[in-house]
Ligand binder design. Sequence first.
Ligand SMILES: Nc1nc2c(ncn2[C@@H]2O[C@H](COP(=O)(O)OP(=O)(O)OP(=O)(O)O)[C@@H](O)[C@H]2O)c(=O)[nH]1
Length: 321
Amino acid sequence: MDDEDDLPGIELPVPDPGEPLATPDTRSGFVALAGRPNAGKSTLTNALVGAKIAITSDKPQTTRRAIRGVLTRGDAQLVLVDLPGVQRPLDSLTGRMQRRVQSEVREADVALLVLNGEEGVGPGDRWIARQLADASAGGRLPVVIAVNKVDRIDRERTIRTLMAASELDVAEDVFPISARTGKGVDALLDHLVQLLPRGPFYFPEDERTDQPRHVLLAELIREQVLRRTFQEVPHAVEVAVEEVERPKDDLHVVVANAWVETPSQKGILIGAGGKMIRNVGTAARKELERELGTRVHLDLQVKVRRNWRSDETLLDRLEID
Ligand SMILES: Nc1nc2c(ncn2[C@@H]2O[C@H](COP(=O)(O)OP(=O)(O)OP(=O)(O)O)[C@@H](O)[C@H]2O)c(=O)[nH]1
């Protein structure tokens, strides 16, 4: 991931190594990833943590919960908070998502604004930058910018976007990265570690996420739905894992429901002759087997629950807060 040769010629200030040595010798803290939907926050979280803890897709608003990814490196522990993309709330679901973004940013030690290099800096980014500037008023919250997806743009466009990112005037440091190829990610990580406050670790060193297992499994199933559905369907689907059993050492049985909002969405998700749901089930089973390390029998039912995105009780049960 050494990319010094191709980094655009922007002078990035050398970070301040911090205050003099204090006890304890470790650094640890929360880094909140903010950015527009689809900027690549979840892909970057997975790249930094080195494990798939957040699902990704080319559909905006894939991430619905604040997902914590833990990275322990030597004497530093970085807790990455992968947040839903910042957007205007449309219903209870997106309202909850945005409230969560705001509270996580308020509580973070560092904010990382992820920009989509392919799209450049737009009004949505300027709006998020203003929110971060407000949150960091008085210099309490250091803000760093990562211009992502530089694998998709040429050097000249990368430089233009880095300049535009600096002009957002919210961060001193701007890093060009590709979460997909890993380019620039090490340099970003080194910098984030320098910004962490001194203090003891929050999580055991071998922990990768605080996400409950049933939520991660449900998300892995939803990821396969997102890959195969279009228009309003991906946004209308939520998956809940109801049961995980291990009847034998080498077998898990996972019982899950895929909720949709209308009978026609149910028809689309089941597909002609059940083809779509079979394909989703086969692909999801492989992901669950990778995660659980055994064979998996997946029992996946599609169910209609009208307006679940505005159903506060169901949102509570789905642990979307
Ligand atoms: N080419 C390229 N694609 C990327 C990169 N990072 C992410 N992507 C793709 O961009 C899409 C969105 O990525 P996500 O990580 O789901 O984006 P997100 O910011 O978490 O999106 P939300 O959940 O909507 O907030 C996916 O198709 C990723 O594979 C990158 O560095 N290069």
